[in-house]
Design a binder for this molecule. Structure first.
Ligand SMILES: [Fe+2]
Ligand SMILES: [Fe+2]
Length: 269
C-alpha cells in the first residue's frame, strides 16, 4: 500500500498560519509515504518564501516531491525570469523541476507546466511541449507494468464541470491521449484553488482503465476561491485507487465527504 498526500498551491508569503500549523500536525499523524506538491509553493517567488516552503516540507520529515507553478517564477527579477526562470526554485526547493518517484505500488512523474512568458498578456497559463510528453511516456515505458502511473503538474488538464470555459494547460488534449495510452491512471494538479475530479471517459482511453484528473484546492494559502483549504489523500493498494479529500474547517482538518463536493465558502477576499 502506498499513501500519497496531494497538496497544492501552498503560496508561502500568503499562508494561513493556522491552516499551515494544523496541516503539519495532520500530515505527521497520517504519515503518507509521499507528499506530492503540485506547484505554487510561493506567492511571489521571493527567496524567503522559497526558504519557508523548503523548511516546511523538510520539517515534515516525510518524502516529498514537487513541481513548480506559475507563482514560482519571479515577476520582479526579470533577467532571471527570461534567462533562467527556475533558478530560485532550483536553488531553494530542488534542482530537478520534473522529479520521479518509484516504489512497489506507484510511479509518480513530475511535469513542469509553468512558463516564463506566453504570446499573450497573461503569463500565468501553463503549457506542455511535445518533448515533455515524450519524456513522461518514456519514464512510464521504463517502469514495471503493474505500477500505478501518476503524473503531477501544476496546471489543470480539464476545467471544472460547472465552468467549462476555464482555461486549461496548453496541449492538454494531446498530452492526455498520450498519457492514457501509456497507462496513466491519475493526473494530479492545482492552480485553480478548486478541488474536483474529472474522469477521462473510457472511449478516450486506449490501453488501460479510466484516467482520473484530480484537482486539489489550495492547501494552506489564504487566497481562497470560494472553497476552504483542502488536500487529497490517495491510497493505492494492489492497483486500486482510493481518493479522499481533507478540508480545513473551524480551525481543524477533517475528512470531507467527497472530492468535487466541496462546501461553498462566502468569498473571503
Ligand atoms: Fe495558486
Ligand atoms: Fe498557479
Amino acid at each position: 500500500m502506498t499513501v500519497l498526500a496531494h497538496v497544492s498551491d501552498l503560496h508561502f508569503g500568503r499562508v494561513d498560519i493556522g491552516a499551515a500549523e494544523a496541516l503539519f500536525d495532520d500530515l505527521k499523524a497520517l504519515r503518507p509515504d509521499l507528499v506530492v506538491v503540485s506547484g505554487d509553493l510561493t506567492q511571489r517567488a521571493h527567496y524567503w518564501e522559497f526558504l519557508l516552503a523548503r523548511q516546511y516540507l523538510d520539517s515534515l520529515d516525510l518524502p516529498w516531491l514537487a513541481v513548480p507553478g506559475n507563482h514560482d517564477i519571479s515577476p520582479f527579477r526579470l533577467l532571471e525570469r527570461f534567462t533562467n526562470p527556475f533558478r530560485a526554485y532550483r536553488t531553494f526547493i530542488e534542482k530537478v523541476t520534473e522529479p520521479v518517484y518509484v516504489d512497489d505500488e506507484v510511479v509518480v512523474v513530475g511535469l513542469n507546466t509553468a512558463r516564463r512568458m506566453a504570446l499573450e498578456w497573461n503569463w500565468a497559463h501553463g503549457r506542455i511541449s511535445r518533448r515533455q510528453i515524450r519524456r513522461v511516456v518514456n519514464e512510464f515505458e521504463r517502469a514495471p507494468a503493474e505500477r500505478v502511473r501518476i503524473v503531477v503538474a501544476h496546471h489543470p488538464f480539464q476545467p471544472p464541470e460547472h465552468a467549462p470555459e476555464t482555461r486549461v494547460v496548453g496541449r492538454s488534449a494531446e498530452a492526455l491521449e498520450r498519457f492514457a495510452s501509456a497507462g496513466v491512471r491519475l493526473v494530479l494538479a492545482g492552480h485553480l484553488h478548486q478541488g474536483y475530479i474529472r474522469v477521462v471517459t473510457p472511449t478516450e482511453v486506449t490501453r488501460t482503465g479510466e484516467l482520473k484528473l484530480v484537482q486539489a484546492a489550495s492547501a494552506i494559502s489564504s487566497r481562497l476561491r470560494g472553497e476552504p483549504n483542502a488536500y487529497n489523500i490517495i491510497t493505492v493498494t494492489g492497483g486500486n485507487l482510493d481518493i479522499r479529500t481533507r478540508i480545513f474547517e473551524g480551525g481543524a482538518w477533517r475528512a470531507s465527504d467527497a472530492v468535487g463536493d466541496m462546501p461553498a465558502l462566502a468569498p473571503a477576499d
